[in-house]
Design a protein around this ligand. Structure first.
Ligand SMILES: Cc1ncc(COP(=O)(O)O)c(C=O)c1O
Length: 374
């Protein structure tokens, strides 16, 4: 059987990885400034992560959500402490799209309304409601088009209010920093305004932190810079460092009832062990502070770069906007310099999403390569 051919692939086959490096079968070493698409938070093959997952699988890898699982409680407690998110309840699932799907569904249950307000250039995943709220006609199938979504320009509060006035909207879903879209972020005034409008019109504000969460931006959550309190926060990617896990933090004003949400695999023992380990390492190795330090260094290094139009993003969720399409540069970085980077919907933006363990010497390697190519 052949694979369903949906991914254009680079001709590289990684077989092992350690911290910020990935190795192929020939022993070629690649610097990972892409983090497997913002997934690798604590570095590849972290010893504590390997130990915790191995120990857990040797005891109990999985049982269903019909029994008590203290690891889920431990995860919720740790997440509250590390992220400073008071007044939330946690529902665990398996991916970012699933987190957003559950978030949107909860918003609709809670408000008894069905329209969603989303932003141009946003990305929220590929399941039914999540993909409909994603501004990319190419990935929305006719079966998804039944969802009713209004798209508004990021930053346009007047347009948001004009939609909310119709009183049909259950949720606003927003990435405070757009990942796939190309690292755009609006002002604190805008995000505060969104929170206020959501409260005024009985709309659930969903912060999609799937890519920006777990310390990537130099805060635990990207929205924290803007001092807002979303009603729901969706998480995944860096949460498991590669182990599939996602979740939604749900404000206590939204009430649970048996059967409202559910999943077979979500919150299983192994996934919880992985995420607990991720949070311990983030805390013990001060990785959020490291994200800020290295980000500042990256910005200093970028200042002298030729052909750079703008440096976008925060922390270790960065974009270099050039005055030319970056596809050939990205290819040269991989093939000649053995450095992984990311692309975005904007063809001129090179995305940088390294493990949060990255050090200045690795940034130096990247800029040396960039100067050679530019
Ligand atoms: C902001 C955001 N939300 C949701 C998703 C979907 O996550 P997943 O691919 O785990 O379903 C992504 C994936 O890139 C994302 O960047």
């Amino acid at each position: 059987m052949s694979l369903f051919n949906v991914y254009p692939l680079f001709d590289i086959t990684p077989v092992s990885a350690k911290d910020v490096f990935v190795f192929d079968a020939n022993g070629t070493k690649y610097l990972d400034l892409y983090g497997g698409h913002a997934v690798i938070s604590i570095g590849h093959s972290h010893p504590e992560y390997i130990k915790n997952i191995s120990e857990q699988v040797s005891k109990l890898g999985f049982y269903s959500n019909s029994i008590k699982n203290p690891l889920q409680d431990a995860l919720a407690t740790k997440l509250k402490a590390l992220s400073g998110s008071d007044n939330y309840q946690l529902f665990l699932c398996n991916s970012g799209a699933e987190a957003n799907e559950n978030a949107l569904k909860l918003a609709s249950f809670h408000t008894n309304k069905s329209r969603v307000l989303a932003f141009e250039n946003g990305f929220h995943g590929r399941t039914s409601a999540a993909v409909a709220a994603t501004d990319n006609a190419k990935i929305i199938a006719p079966i998804n088009a039944q969802q009713k979504v209004d798209f508004v320009k990021l930053g346009d509060l007047e347009a948001v209010e004009a939609v909310l006035k119709k009183n049909e909207t259950c949720a606003i879903i927003v990435e405070c920093i757009q990942g796939v879209g190309g690292l755009d972020e609006s002002s604190s005034e805008f995000y505060k305004g969104l929170a206020q409008l959501s409260a005024n019109y009985n709309v659930i504000l969903i912060a999609d932190e799937v890519q920006s969460g777990f310390g990537r931006t130099g805060d635990f959550f990207a929205f924290q810079k803007h001092k807002i309190t979303p009603d729901i926060i969706s998480i995944a990617k860096g949460m498991g460092n590669g182990f599939p896990i996602g979740g939604v933090l749900i404000h206590s004003k939204i009430k649970a009832s048996f059967g409202l949400l559910g999943t077979t695999f979500g919150g299983n023992h192994l996934a919880c062990a992985a995420s607990l380990s991720v949070m311990n390492v983030i805390e013990n190795e001060n990785l959020i502070a490291n994200a800020r330090t290295i980000s500042n260094y990256f910005k200093e290094m970028a200042a002298g770069l030729p052909k750079l139009k703008k440096l976008k993003g925060r922390g270790l969720m960065l974009g270099l906007e050039f005055d030319f399409p970056i596809a050939p540069l990205r290819k040269a970085l991989i093939q000649k310099h053995h450095i992984f980077t990311g692309s975005s919907k904007d063809p001129k933006v090179l995305r940088i999403l390294p493990p949060l363990t990255i050090q200045k010497e690795h940034i130096d390697l990247f800029f040396k390569a960039l100067h050679q190519e530019l």
